[in-house]
Write a new protein. Structure first.
Length: 255
């Protein structure tokens, strides 16, 4: 999320708190959500976004008698967004003004989104109660369609997929997991003596807007050779065997 978006969200949170504080000054007016519009959701329904964020609009009903008011006697059909079993003419209540911040944090923790923004698009007052129309904009993380090791045999590629990298096909794409996978590959190769291994990653679009292909290229480089010969110069007291033994012991203690 860039600096502008973060600042904008901070402004939104400030406005929510301002509405709340103004309500407190004006005979403790209460602040509710009236309606919520969700934009950018592809894999998740509007209802799921409400549940993830814990922000709910007023329930939407079928106005059977066309009087623009929910008729409890007729028991008009309605969509119960918060699953409480009865019709709500008001959405979520803003108790402290921190509900927007909490909603953003809840959505982030799901790990499904690359960007989240919440806007106030309208504000009005009825019977000394403040109502807000808000818009939740999300950008979903794409799925990983395929992971390819471009210069490895199939069996070696499968071992790295199963035991080394932290991403799997069909998972949500995450740059943090990509970086962790690169580190894991490097560490595995270094443990085998390839200290100068290079791992390149290429992230490619697919024909589907919600998926990516991940290509790994591993350049292992030369394997570090073991020491074949050790010569001690200027030693007239200790045997070569004693010096080697002490050198090995010193190296172990240093590690």
């Amino acid at each position: 999320m860039n600096k502008f978006k973060i600042n904008f969200i901070i402004i939104i949170i400030f406005l929510i708190n301002l509405c709340f504080l103004q309500g407190q000054d004006q005979n403790q007016n209460k602040v509710f959500i009236s309606d919520i519009k969700v934009v950018g959701n592809q894999s998740f329904s509007e209802q799921q976004i409400f549940l993830f964020s814990n922000l709910f609009p007023k329930d939407r009903y079928e106005d059977v008698n066309s009087n623009n008011v929910y008729d409890f006697e007729m028991n008009e059909p309605f969509f119960d967004f918060n699953n409480n079993g009865y019709y709500d003419s008001k959405g979520s209540f803003f108790k402290s003004g921190d509900e927007i911040k909490t909603a953003i944090n809840r959505l982030w923790k799901k790990g499904f989104f690359n960007d989240i923004q919440i806007y106030i698009v309208d504000k009005y007052e009825i019977n000394n109660e403040i109502f807000l129309n808000i818009e939740i904009q999300v950008e979903e993380l794409p799925f990983i369609r395929e992971i390819i090791f471009s210069n490895l045999r199939k069996n070696k590629s499968q071992k790295l997929k199963d035991n080394t990298i932290t991403i799997t096909e069909k998972d949500r794409f995450s740059l943090n997991d990509i970086y962790q996978s690169i580190d894991n590959i490097k560490n595995e190769y270094k443990d085998k003596g390839f200290l100068n291994v290079i791992v390149n990653v290429d992230i490619k679009d697919t024909e589907f807007i919600d998926s990516k292909d991940i290509y790994f290229e591993i350049i292992q480089g030369p394997k570090n050779n073991k020491i074949q010969l050790v010569e001690f110069v200027g030693n007239n007291v200790f045997s070569k065997k004693e010096l080697l033994k002490n050198a090995i012991q010193f190296n172990k203690e240093k590690k």
